[in-house]
Every structure is written in structure tokens, then in C-alpha cells.
Ligand binder design. Sequence first.
Ligand code: FES
Length: 251
Amino acid sequence: MQEAQAIIERVRRVSATVQRLDVAVDRAHRNVGAGQLFLARTTASFDPYLREPWTPVHRNGSSLTIERPAGQVYTPGQIVSLIGPIGRPLPMREKIRTLLLIAHEATPAALMMLAETALAQGAAVSLALLGAAIHYPLEALPEEVEVIRGDDQGKWPDQPETLRWAEQVFAVAPPPYDMSYYTQLLDSIRQVKMEVPAQYVYGLFQPPLPCGVGACQACLIRRSGEEVPACTEGMAFDLTTLHLLAPEGKA
Ligand code: FES
């Protein structure tokens, strides 16, 4: 991980809520993996103090496509400082055939490079959009992805069948929904699988990241009995290793 300058080459409005930036990045930042992100400073000052989390949705040579909320202003030619890549690449199985992605109350942007990789390997990819995520613009998704629309409770029609179908599951839910949703998801999977194998279902965490290098302890996640920084050990964690809340009615 290192800091380097990057240049915004193009700004595209994808929908009323989403824009994408094509950004020319330093050689050190070109090999970003699916699920990794950058911390960006777009001004010369320290206001705001926290860097923006920039999530690549596509990689093409020296250029990365970054997804950002539409309300923020960026201009072609703008130079930004990037620190990264932050976190570890999402651990997708080799030769995966069926991949389920879930975005609950969140943009699925952090899962887009994983979808692209799986599709390139010939896998079938389904994306469940739940809660506020149902408003995500479908035109921003690869055509080959099957989109499932769910409800505000984090469920969708035929959910048990979809969970049985998937060889691996990656979900993203922002704070404060992350722990409660991941608990619910793991409980749903336990209802359709006798045993949830390790490295089968992952949840991404998206806490504020003041440092991104494991130094400030602002992003600690309890895993296998110890607290570890999401920015160095995540951002995705195997849900079977986490200290999740008790499912409803089982406390
Ligand atoms: S952001 Fe500082 S330890 Fe993770």
C-alpha cells in the first residue's frame, strides 16, 4: 500500500444518484483486487479530515473506474491523492460456477469487480438488491448479471433456492446495518444448509477509515475471539468466524 497521485480523466453521470470517474492511476495502484479500495484526498487542505473511500468498479490497464455518489463534484483533469489499495482482495473460489452477491441498504459497487471476474471465468452471477439498494441503477450493472429485487427486511422470493444454488456468497451492508443483516443472512443460510462451510459466506464491512493501515483501531471487527482491523484483515470476513448477534427469537 502506498500514496500516489492520480488524475481524473472523465466524469460520467450514470443515474440521478451515481456517477463514475475514469481515473489514471500510478503503477503501484493498478493491480487493485476486487473488494479493495482507496482513500482519496481531493483537496490540498485537510478539510475534510477523513479521506473519501474510493471503490473501483472496473480496471483497465492504467485506468480505474471509481463509483461515487452523484452529489459530489469532480472535474476532468483534477489531481487527487490516493492511498491504497486498502484491505485484501475478496477470496473468491477458483473455478466457481455460481456466485451470489447481495447488497443490503448499500451500493453494490464494492462487489462489481468480483462480478466482472466471475463472469470472465464463465460463472453465473446473481445480485440481490435489498432495502434501499433496489434503487441502484440497473444500467450500471453488467448485462449478464441476474438481478433479484428483495424487500426492506432483507429477503427475496425464492431465497432458500438461491442460497442452495450459490457456491459462494458475498454480501455488503453498510453500518449500522452490517452486523444485524449478516446475522440474519447467516441464520437464513443455516436454515437451508445442514452445515455452513468455512469460506462460503462473506460480509464486507465499511466503517470510517481514518488511517487505513491498522494503526488507529477505528475499524476493529471481532473475529475468532480477537479484534482485528478491517482495513488490513478485511474488508470482507467469513461470517462463520465473526461474533454475530443472536438471531431474533434465539437470544
Ligand atoms: S482505519 Fe485505522 S486501523 Fe483501520
